[in-house]
Write a protein that binds this ligand. Structure first.
Ligand SMILES: [Zn+2]
Length: 153
C-alpha cells in the first residue's frame, strides 16, 4: 500500500518557476517605485485573508518582503504600515497593469514613429538604402526593409 505523497504546504522549498516569478515581481517593484513614486504613489495595498484586512506595503517594504521570500522561501510576518494614506496606495493588479501599459506604450510609440518616418521618406522617393542609413545615423533600430514590393502580404 503506497501512501500518496502529500505536498507539504508553507514549508516547501520554492520551485524554480516560483523563484522566477518572485524575481520578476522584485524587478517590477523597482520599476514601479521609479514610475509611480514621483506621482505620489507610495506602494501597494493587498487584501490579506489571514488578517481579514488590507495591508499597505510601501515599495521598499514590498521589495524587502520579496527578497525575504526569495532567500528564505517563506512569507514574512504581516507587517502593517504606519498610518497609511489609502490614497497613496494602489492595488497590485493596478500596478502591474500600469507597468504593462507603460512598457507596451513605449515600444509601440517607438515602433509607430519609426514606421511613420519610413513611410514618409519613401513617399518622398527615398530608396530603402537611403532610409536605412538615415535611421542608422539617427541611432534608431532599423527594421528589415523590403526591396521592392512588400513581402509577406
Ligand atoms: Zn495579514
Amino acid at each position: 500500500m503506497d501512501d500518496e505523497l502529500e505536498q507539504p504546504e508553507g514549508d516547501a522549498p520554492l520551485e524554480d518557476d516560483e523563484r522566477d516569478l518572485l524575481h520578476q515581481d522584485l524587478v517590477d517593484v523597482q520599476s514601479l517605485k521609479e514610475l509611480l513614486g514621483p506621482k505620489g504613489i507610495k506602494g501597494v495595498v493587498f487584501y490579506c485573508p489571514d488578517c481579514d484586512e488590507d495591508h499597505y506595503l510601501a515599495w521598499d517594504l514590498l521589495a524587502g518582503n520579496l527578497r525575504e521570500m526569495l532567500d528564505a522561501g517563506e512569507s514574512p510576518v504581516h507587517e502593517p504600515a504606519f498610518q497609511p494614506d489609502p490614497d497613496e496606495y494602489v492595488s497590485w493588479d493596478y500596478a502591474r497593469g500600469f507597468l504593462d501599459g507603460y512598457e507596451s506604450y513605449e515600444q509601440e510609440e517607438l515602433g509607430d514613429a519609426v514606421n511613420r518616418v519610413i513611410l514618409e521618406l519613401r513617399d518622398r522617393g527615398w530608396s530603402p538604402e537611403q532610409v536605412r542609413s538615415f535611421l542608422a545615423s539617427a541611432g534608431l533600430d532599423v527594421p528589415p526593409l523590403d526591396e521592392g514590393p512588400v513581402a509577406g502580404r
